[in-house]
Design a protein around this ligand. Structure first.
Ligand code: HEC
Length: 322
């Protein structure tokens, strides 16, 4: 799952952030990934509508595609929350110029109704479809997009966490990490992939890309931005998950360390705070992001620094401390 090391992820993010490396994945053998390349299989949306993969979803569009399953307890909720951030940045371009497709890799269990309820938890808006279909058809799509699991991997739990970002009209595709900064993902889909037919993106040079954010040099801040910020703010109110301002004052450190590392286990063993939080936050479980002790400590240090700086503005909300 999150199988690459943090260092590799950081390096990958830094490469994208420095905007120097831009890897089009169009295969050398084909001029473009077009109608001849993609299947036109039938899929079903979260609203029960039948659509054709190429004709209805891809043709002439700019798209972001990822693969998820609703029962996934680790990386998929983070990917989906990241796309929700990108959706907010793209605003009304969503559903007009730009479309997101989250395709279930567990289509037998993920009925349209399951996908609908999942999409609502992340406030998916117009232009973002959650799709299910025949397992064999989805496998072909996954393979064509270079997202199939390797033969030695679990086809569900080892699925790739990449986003495929494409301008189907020009045949340009880019693979990006779903851990990347949402602003950059939005820039890639909105600006860089907008105009390739006419000699490259206009009016935007790499030099105009925003400066490399400071969080890349601080482990706790980096982990927070890449793994947590899609669902949590610190002091800006609840998002998919609770606002974390004050959390290090309201809860014991051991509890926080266990919860951040193994939220699924805490819920499974019916920890009262975890159970109350789950009920309160839309029954969307906090994902297990496979963090090690060093990561968890860095994150706690980062949260504690915020709480120390906030001079007791901690909100007294949420299930009471035990
Ligand atoms: C996909 C969304 C998502 C991501 C990503 C995520 N969380 Fe959460 N988090 C939640 C939800 C939802 C809850 C509420 C509990 C529940 O529903 O299980 C929560 C609860 C929490 C709590 C308990 C808050 C309290 O009031 O006690 C902490 C602490 C927390 N998350 C920290 C983190 C940290 C640190 C990260 C990054 C490593 C992270 N979360 C990543 C969704 C997320």
């Amino acid at each position: 799952m999150l199988r690459e090391s943090l260092a590799a992820r950081a390096a990958a993010a830094a490469m994208i952030l420095s905007a120097a490396i831009f890897i089009p994945v169009t295969p050398a053998s084909a001029a473009t990934w077009g109608a001849d390349y993609f299947p036109n299989s039938t899929l079903t949306t979260q609203d029960g509508k039948t659509v054709r993969f190429y004709d209805d979803l891809l043709k002439d569009k700019r798209v972001v595609i990822n693969f998820i399953y609703t029962k996934c307890g680790d990386s998929c909720p983070l990917e989906t929350a990241r796309l929700a951030q990108v959706q907010r940045i793209l605003g009304d371009r969503m559903g007009r110029e730009i479309f997101f497709y989250s395709i279930s890799i567990d289509p037998v269990k993920d009925s349209p109704a399951e996908l609908k309820s999942y999409s609502q938890k992340f406030h998916a808006g117009p232009g973002w479809l959650f799709l299910t279909g025949k397992k064999a058809d989805i496998e072909v799509i996954r393979k064509k997009l270079g997202q199939a699991a390797r033969a030695d991997e679990n086809q569900l739990t080892d699925h790739s966490t990449s986003l495929m970002i494409g301008n189907v009209a020009t045949g340009q595709w880019v693979r990006d990490s779903s851990l990347d900064n949402p602003q950059y993902i939005a820039v890639i889909i909105r600006d860089w992939l907008s105009d390739w037919k006419d000699g490259g993106p206009r009016g935007k040079s790499f030099a105009e890309a925003p400066p490399t954010p400071a969080y890349l040099s601080d482990k706790g801040a980096y982990l927070f931005q890449t793994r947590c910020a899609a669902c949590h703010t610190i002091g800006q109110g609840d998002s998919v998950g609770p606002d974390l301002l004050g959390v290090t004052k309201n809860r014991k450190r051991d509890w926080l360390a266990s919860f951040i590392a193994l939220p699924n286990m805490m819920l499974a063993k019916k920890d009262p705070i975890a159970t109350a939080l789950f009920a309160r936050y839309n029954q969307l479980p906090m994902p297990n992001l496979r963090l090690n002790d060093v990561d968890v400590n860095a994150l706690l240090g980062y949260l504690e620094a915020h709480d120390a700086a906030s001079h007791g503005q901690a909100k007294a909300e949420g299930p009471a401390e035990r």
